[in-house]
Ligand binder design. Sequence first.
Ligand SMILES: NC(=O)C1=CN([C@@H]2O[C@H](COP(=O)(O)OP(=O)(O)OC[C@H]3O[C@@H](n4cnc5c(N)ncnc54)[C@H](OP(=O)(O)O)[C@@H]3O)[C@@H](O)[C@H]2O)C=CC1
Ligand SMILES: O=C(O)C1=N[C@H](C(=O)O)C[C@H](O)C1
Length: 218
Amino acid sequence: MRVAVLGAGGRVGKALVARIRAAGDLELAGTPGRDLALTPITGDVVVDFSGPTGTMALLDHLSGTDLPVVVGTTGFDPAQMQRLRDEGARRPLFVAANFTPGFGVFRKALLGLAQSLPQARLTLAETYNKAKKRQPSGTTLGLQADISALDPVREVEVALNREGEIAGITAFTLALDSAQITLTLNVDSRDAYAAGALEAARWLRGRAPGFYTDINAN
Ligand SMILES: NC(=O)C1=CN([C@@H]2O[C@H](COP(=O)(O)OP(=O)(O)OC[C@H]3O[C@@H](n4cnc5c(N)ncnc54)[C@H](OP(=O)(O)O)[C@@H]3O)[C@@H](O)[C@H]2O)C=CC1
Ligand SMILES: O=C(O)C1=N[C@H](C(=O)O)C[C@H](O)C1
């Protein structure tokens, strides 16, 4: 399968390119830059880890095609998020704020704990590389939304840490009267994100147009 990467020069993009080159079933189809008009995108799927502006430009550029796209980029505003949902009518589109293999299990366990301990005070502490904006990550925002969907009045305190080149730590703590439970996802390297995104790319190929968020969905 031929994979084009938008954002290939970035932290995750470099991990993606390395993984594609090392995989027996994948071939790097191209690494388009910021001026997409200069680089026609070929391949069987595009994987995007750029930025919200880059993702929108990519979808504009691919207008009229049904090329599958995997979107790892986060930080979309509501209008951009709606554009992504609408794009599912035109092509197979896979969007996830966290492609760490096993993230779905982590999320399910976290929500199970929150639901089982309604009296607990909840904290989500995230730690990322020092270059990442000091605003809640897409991962944190998504987990907050999941908890809110369980109980709209449940509050979640968010702590933002930025340190070195940390790939990603999400620590969820439930504080009880005299005890705490903490569930932590600790991502060792950005290769984890690349692995999960390429698994989604393999899954997406040949699918009907749609807005997909979980490879375990039917
Ligand atoms: N879903 C997931 O599992 C994960 C998602 N992410 C998200 O992926 C995105 C990238 O993260 P990261 O790799 O750390 O970021 P980096 O800043 O390291 O890399 C971003 C890359 O995208 C390029 N880029 C930025 N804007 C555009 C644009 N408008 N058009 C084309 N290319 C563009 C940059 O090019 P240039 O060098 O020219 O600036 C750079 O190569 C972020 O939104 C982050 O939140 C990150 C990790 C995991
Ligand atoms: O920028 C990152 O590094 C990450 N961004 C994503 C997010 O915003 O949640 C995914 C992961 O947390 C790493």
